[in-house]
Each structure stands twice: as C-alpha cells, then as structure tokens.
Design a protein around this ligand. Sequence first.
Ligand code: SAH
Length: 399
Amino acid sequence: MESARLVLKPGRQRRLLAGHPWVYSGEVAEIQGQPEPGDLVAVVDAAGRWVGQGFYSPKSQICVRLLSRHPEPIDEEFFRRRIITALRRRSLFYPDERSVRLIFSEGDFLPGLIVDRYEDYLVCQFLTVGVDRRRDLWVKLLVEELSPRGILGRQDAPVREREGLPRGIELLYGSVPDRIKIRENGLPFWVDLRGGQKTGYFLDQKENRRQLRTLITPGMRVLDAFSHTGSFALHSLAYGAGEVVAVDISAEAVALARENERLLRDEGLVPASGSVRWETANAFDFLRELVRKDEVFDLCILDPPAFTKGRETLEGAWRGYKEINLRAIKLLRPGGFLVTCSCSYHMDFGLFLQVVQEAASDTRRMLQVVEYRSQAKDHPYLLSVPETAYLKCLIAQVF
Ligand code: SAH
C-alpha cells in the first residue's frame, strides 16, 4: 500500500472522479510524507477524502497518474489482472493477428506502459518513472503470460525526459533480432525493431489500411504521402492498384519499403501489372511538384506525423494540414478518394474536419464523406480521457 499522501487543492478532485487519471503538480496543496520518484502515493481531496492512488512523478507536470480509484493493494496480481484484461481485448478483436499493440498506457488502465507485440517478440516503452522502476515486474508478467522469445525496451521516447529518465534502447529479455517479419491483414512487412520510428511500426493504422480494400478497383493510380515503410502503398498494391507513388522524407524508411515490396512480390501477393515508385523527398515539395505537373490520381492517402504536440503550435499545424490536403484534393479526379489522417491530439475531430473543408473550399471542390474512422482497436481510448483518442482518418470522395 501507499505510504505518502498528496492532498489536492479544493475542487481539483472533480476531473479525477469523472475518470481522468492525471494529477497536475499545480493541483496539489500538500504532500504528506516523503515519497521517492515512482513510489505509490494516495491522492485525497482537500477534505481528506480518498480519490485514488498511483505512481509519483515529481519531475513531471503530471505528478501522478492514477492506477486505481480504490484502496486496494497495488501488487503483482493487480498488474497481472490488468495485463490479462488487455490481452483478452486483443484476442477478442484480433484473434488472428500476431502483431498488435498489447498495452496502450492510459487506454488500458496502465498509464506509462506501452507494449507492442511483433510476432514472437515484444517491444516496450516505459514512459513514467514509476513504470520504469518496475521493469523487472513487467518482464516477469509478460514472460509468464505470453512466453515471448525476446523483449526489447525502446526507452528512446523524448517524453521520458519530462520524467527525468535517460533515453536509450535495451534488451530486457531473451534475444531480439534487429528486424522481424510481421503479418498485418495477411500481408508481410519488415519491422526494424531497434532503428525504426517509435517501436518500429505504426500498428494504429491497421484497420484503416485494410479499409483500402473497399475503395480500390483494379488499375487505380494511388498516392501514398508520408509512406514510412510503405504499408498503405503496399496494401493498395495488394488490393489491385495499377500504379502507386509513395513519398517519405526518411531514406531508411523508404529503403525498408522497397524491401517490403520485394516480400510481397516474392509471396505472389501483388498482381504483375502493379508498380510502385518510391520517392525520398519532403512531401510538401513533392505534392506541389505533382500539382504543377497536372498529375491525376484516383486515391490519395495522407498520413503525416503529428504536426503539433501542444496547443501553442496549433496554428502552424493548421497550415500544414491545410496545405497537404489542398494539394491532395487538387490531384484527385472527380470521384477520386481522399484518405486523410491526423495523429495530433490537439487537432481534434472537429478541427480536423474544418481544416479539410477549408482546403476543399479553397479548391472549389466538395467532399462527400465515405467514413469517419479512428485508431485500431488495440489502441483503445477512454471517453473520460480525451488524450487517448488521437488518430483521425477521414475517407471522402472528392467532387
Ligand atoms: N503511413 C505510415 C506512417 C506515417 S508516420 C504507415 O502506414 O506506416 C509519418 C511519416 O512521415 C514518417 O515515416 C516520417 O519519416 C515521415 N515524414 C515526416 N515529415 C515528412 C515530410 N516533411 N515529408 C515526407 N515525409 C515526412
């Protein structure tokens, strides 16, 4: 059980009682006891009433992320139950996928812990000091519940600095090859576990990629902007696209995308007539160039990185989203499909629709919505924690 107590300022318990887990340091009136970084602490309201308990992060602005709202023991069995609940959700929704996000931090009631499964291997991110300190516990529980061949810690996420944690990559268990072949929607992809972005692959888009199947008719010309290792491009190709043009600024990502194309071809998953042109370039310049050349596409996919990580930079992000959407819309034939994404939490669903509409209106085109989608079900979001819902994916037909 916890030893120290954090007493909140008056009224500051409300958001927590409504289901949000974060306690900001400015909301704390008093710390009773002397908790060490990562210790379990109790949080009480100004009148001393119990609110919840969680790990203490003295260096971060978010000084506690609640793990439980009950005065229950937070021990190995508590975490085992949480992990098993998360695993059950994956086997329910993805009975056949062996590469999924197993634990999504707050979304799985385990703030600060991210675990991705890539076939027989696990890649973890420990994002708070409390989670980082208990690394042996996570390894023990994950080995007992999943028997992986190896576990890698991708402790290079910049957010670790806010917790005062060092950054690096570490082998936590067994052995882990540099890259492994995963399958997503039945298609093979290489994942670079140590050198790739984040944990190596963007699993959150798997259902949106699969959805391309409903849009593609044989021979279509497809543009995949911000293609990373080519997942959208290669799903398009496997689903019958005639020609795909893919662009990403990272030479490493494009090199792996080429290898992924080879994997698909070797397995006979691509019609012989389908081709991809891989480009290493800044997508902003590249799109402008395509428009200048009057190129025409049947389907444009935009999946940029988060253009903003805070409210302060929202305006610049707005311009970025508007520009790429405007260019993609210009490139589409009447009736062509736009698949446009944003993973910036601060660009919320409403704002994102607004920016895309602004782009459409500037080009005198109209967007007829096909579907409004979000992140895959292995990235669950809580209605009480808006920050857990970050991915927007709008599919529309452009007229
Ligand atoms: N669509 C990808 C994920 C995209 S992540 C997938 O399905 O896996 C965002 C990608 O944008 C990264 O690969 C990053 O290298 C790339 N990127 C960032 N800035 C860019 C820019 N200005 N132009 C082109 N690519 C960029």
